[in-house]
Design a binder for this molecule. Structure first.
Ligand SMILES: [Cu+2]
Length: 136
């Protein structure tokens, strides 16, 4: 007389274990949202160079911040001239006028006040002028 087939033989237990393992690994949720766009280099603000003003004209940042000056589309004949002896770090001075598209970055490693103007459309503290204030 043959032995009855047992449902609890070792092979059957292994099969049950495999079925259980398949239950929890699925990825059925909605796809993850796309990551946010990266911050600008240096993490600092952008000053837009327009016809004929800086926007914003004044920014306040902490030491180590990089400020980006970006010529707005259509902006022509502008420069960034430091007022007095407080040269804008990194770039120092941009005496030559530039037309869009143009952009440059200046890092401000230390506290201070850095006024600037466009020598074509402004003067020290007047017209097309602005200030970067760096304070801890
Ligand atoms: Cu200008």
């Amino acid at each position: 007389m043959p032995a009855p087939l047992s449902i609890l033989n070792p092979r059957g237990l292994a099969l049950l274990g495999m079925l259980a393992a398949c239950g929890g690994g699925g990825t059925t949720g909605p796809p993850a949202p796309p990551p946010p766009p990266p911050p600008p280099p240096g993490g600092g603000p952008t000053i837009t160079v327009s016809n004929s003003f800086f926007n914003p004209a004044t920014v306040t940042v902490t030491p180590g911040t990089t400020v980006t000056f970006t010529w707005e589309t259509g902006a022509v004949d502008h420069n960034v001239t430091p007022t007095g002896s407080n040269l804008i770090p990194t770039s120092g001075n941009l005496p030559a006028t530039r037309n869009a598209p143009f952009s440059f970055q200046a890092n401000f490693p230390a506290a201070g006040t850095f006024p600037f103007y466009c020598s074509v459309h402004g003067g020290p503290g007047a017209g097309m002028a602005g200030t970067v204030t760096v304070q801890p």
